[in-house]
Ligand binder design. Structure first.
Ligand code: ADP
Ligand code: ZN
Length: 528
């Protein structure tokens, strides 16, 4: 059987006439042709790649209304306004509307006066919505941010699981699922859960050449951030990601005190403040948003010049998504991450005490390991990042490791000292000794705790005076990243792993990366 030839002129015509662009980008044309002719598609394309047109144009070309499922309720109004400004008849249905507003949109849908209808996923659980859709003519279903269906991904939304029903209820309507999340595992899970195993998969390159990736050792994070902003990103718009609500507030305040216009954003703020801060960020120039990962998905601000992380992301996928919000306009941008020993301890602790079964914990551990490998690599960051998404690349010449080749050193003896100390303390299992205490012992510091437990008498006491405290912390951090140590329980106690014995018995050499000198130097508070 041969498929009928598709006429792509209406698509190109729509691109020019409605959207005002000359030509399709990347594989937009193929995707659009496929969906226009009624095929299902799974589209993986990086942020800024132009996913929206892949369903908007087919919705305009095919008869009926294109139904777009999106979790981004806060942005629906903006998206719809932008389309209306282009003359596209668009509307949305979500929980923020009152009965009258909803009714108006429903009427427009039924009378064929809409081209695109945006829906929050939870709407599709409501029977009346399903019946409404039955009564209209649907041209396609677009499932935006499709990775939200991936249960173990970084942004799971239970409502997305219901979307597999679309196909059962409307088998003849083509579906296009889109995401900027790209690992093989996530892609398989999306295809499986959304019943898209037979769909055509379109995978674009995930390289973002204009983003410079940099990962530095964290010692005085706020000062390091301030230095970055005042020396390289004066007056630029950017996003600073923090793990906790409290630290977003604190960091925003710190930046404001230092003359940088910054706003906090996290799920603990009331909806109105959140909306106000978001819209200021979108509309004003040069604002810095200090946010938890609650902020950013779907934010279309082209000139975000930097994304800074003050805490370690939980996965490479999360890191890629968040950094991907920089430089949608294609101009040079910075992705900067400060990461330290406490990040590793804290995250290992969180995993050890997280809810869910062992398989779940193992999965979280694998995600973290990949993120740590990216942080500790001595190779090109971009190569490593793209490899994670199964893409081959050459060293980019535009990341920190390419620009300054990191030196490595033989850390076997220091690693043995750390392991011996951990081993000795492990004998007093009922006590909880954190990383700080281990470092005190290695440096031979007679702290109160050292004296209380008579740790001055340990053979390892004071065996590490040849290295300074920050170096020891770096050694322990890298050992954690390499799996030579791990963290147990909710106290963050260091414990040995299977690999530890190989190091202690000298069967295994430990290569460590030298920390950049610059990172050890305290940052200036004021510009000279
Ligand atoms: P994504 O959803 O993949 O992050 P968008 O759909 O928001 O990306 O598109 C990113 C930007 O690129 C938007 O400003 C969009 O208008 C623009 N764009 C998309 N396709 C084209 C094209 N073919 N020609 C020019 N600009 C385009
Ligand atoms: Zn590189």
């Amino acid at each position: 059987m041969t498929l009928p030839e598709t006429d792509n002129r209406p698509a190109l015509d729509t691109l020019r006439r409605v959207f005002g662009y000359d030509a399709f980008r990347g594989n937009q044309q193929d995707i659009i042709d496929h969906v226009v002719s009624g095929g299902d598609a799974l589209v993986l394309m990086p942020t800024g790649g132009g996913k929206s047109l892949c369903y908007q144009i087919p919705a305009l070309v095919r008869p009926g209304v294109g139904v777009v499922v999106s979790p981004l309720i806060a942005l629906m109004q903006d998206q719809v306004d932008a389309l209306r400004a282009l003359g596209v008849r668009a509307g949305f249905l979500n929980s923020t509307q009152d009965f009258g507003q909803r009714h108006e949109v429903e009427e427009a849908f039924l009378s064929g006066q809409l081209d695109l209808l945006y829906l929050a996923p939870e709407r599709l659980k409501v029977d009346s919505t399903l019946r409404l859709l039955d009564r209209g003519r649907i041209s396609l279903f677009a499932i935006d941010e499709a990775h939200c269906v991936a249960q173990w991904g970084h942004d799971f939304r239970p409502d997305y699981l219901e979307l597999s029903r679309l196909h059962e209820r409307w088998p003849q309507v083509p579906r296009i699922a889109l995401t900027a999340t790209a690992t093989e595992a996530t892609r398989k899970e999306i295809a499986h859960r959304l019943n898209l195993d037979d769909a055509r998969h379109f995978v674009a390159s995930f390289d973002r050449p204009n983003i410079q990736y940099r990962i530095v050792a964290k010692n005085r994070p706020e000062q390091q951030l301030l230095e970055l902003l005042t020396t390289e990103h004066k007056g630029d718009a950017g996003i600073v990601y923090c793990l906790s609500r409290a630290s977003t507030e604190r960091t925003a305040q710190f930046l404001v005190q230092n003359g940088i216009e910054a706003l906090p954003y996290h799920a603990g703020l009331d909806a109105r403040t959140r909306a106000a801060n978001q819209s200021r960020f979108l509309r004003e120039d040069g604002l810095v948003m200090v946010a938890t990962i609650a902020f950013g998905m779907g934010i279309d601000k082209p000139d975000v010049r930097f994304v800074a992380h003050l805490d370690l992301p939980k996965s490479v996928e999360g890191y890629y998504q968040e950094t991907g919000r920089a430089g949608r306009d294609g101009l040079a941008s910075t992705a900067w991450l400060a990461y330290g020993l406490q990040d590793v301890v804290q995250q290992r602790k969180m995993i050890a005490t997280s809810e869910g079964d062992d398989a779940h914990r193992r999965r979280l551990g694998t995600h973290l390991d990949a993120m740590l490998a990216l942080c500790e690599t001595v190779e090109c960051r971009r190569v490593q990042l793209l490899n994670y998404f199964n893409e081959q690349a050459k060293p980019c010449g535009n990341c920190d490791t390419c620009l300054t080749q990191p030196e490595s050193w033989d850390g076997t003896i220091p690693a043995q000292k750390v392991l011996s100390a951990v081993y000795r303390l492990d004998k007093e299992r009922r006590q909880k000794f954190g990383v700080g205490h281990i470092v005190d012992i290695l440096l031979g510091r007679p702290t109160a705790k050292v004296q209380q437990f008579n740790h001055e008498s340990l053979t390892v006491f004071g065996v590490g005076t040849e290295l300074a405290e920050p170096v020891w912390r770096g050694v322990i951090r890298q050992m954690l990243a390499q799996g030579l140590l791990t963290v147990e329980g909710d106290h963050g106690t260091l414990v040995l792993t299977d690999a530890s014995a190989d190091v202690l018995s000298r069967r295994r050499e430990v290569r460590l990366r030298k920390e950049a000198k610059q990172a050890a130097k305290p940052a200036r508070t004021k510009a000279p």
